[in-house]
Ligand binder design. Structure first.
Ligand SMILES: Nc1ncnc2c1ncn2[C@@H]1O[C@H](COP(=O)(O)OP(=O)(O)OP(=O)(O)O)[C@@H](O)[C@H]1O
Ligand SMILES: [Mg+2]
Length: 152
């Protein structure tokens, strides 16, 4: 399995509902590595770039308003198959389909106010990581256990 990096963001509602710690803890317990992390308020231009694929959809304007409405916590998670693992831990976009035990399954009832974003493919993770992080903000450190998991 390839080591992947994926971009994750706790949205303004997740921060305001004080779920940041619980969400990060879930990813850490799974065994994913945090390679970068910051809190920021996204401006409109950045929000439009991040959600460009949704431009023109009925929910687009409210999505941009919401994502720029307060601080978010943005981070990069790294690990084998990280992109699909994280999507699974996040749960389905439609809260009615989000499995109990997933983040959206446990904490979300609205499709718009769904507390978290995660990249859905390698292409989007690369694009999103470069939108949010400079190279020097991303840390490459090894964990002792990796010597056994990924022998060179
Ligand atoms: N039908 C909808 N009605 C309202 N908001 C929606 C709808 N579909 C998507 N959204 C909002 O737009 C965001 C982006 O939609 P997308 O289809 O990319 O879902 P996602 O990949 O599960 O979510 P995200 O990209 O935020 O991780 C959703 O997280 C949600 O906040
Ligand atoms: Mg998406």
């Amino acid at each position: 399995m390839n080591i992947e990096q994926t971009f994750v963001m706790i949205k303004p509602d997740g921060v305001q509902r004080k779920l940041t710690g619980k969400i990060i803890s879930k990813f850490e317990k799974k065994g994913l590595k945090i390679s970068a992390m910051k809190m920021l308020v996204i401006n409109r231009e950045m929000a439009e770039q991040h959600y460009s694929e949704h431009n023109g959809k009925p929910f687009y304007e409210s999505l941009i308003d919401f994502i720029t409405s307060g601080p978010v916590v943005a981070f990069i998670l790294e690990g084998p198959g990280a992109i699909s693992i994280v999507r699974k831990l996040v749960g389905a976009t439609d809260p009615a389909n989000a499995e109990p035990g997933s983040i959206r399954g446990d904490y979300v009832v609205f499709t718009t106010y769904n507390i978290i974003h995660a990249s859905d493919s390698t292409t989007s993770s690369e694009r999103e990581i470069s939108l949010f992080f400079k190279k020097e903000e991303i840390y490459n450190y090894s964990m002792e256990i990796e010597k056994y998991l990924f022998p060179s």
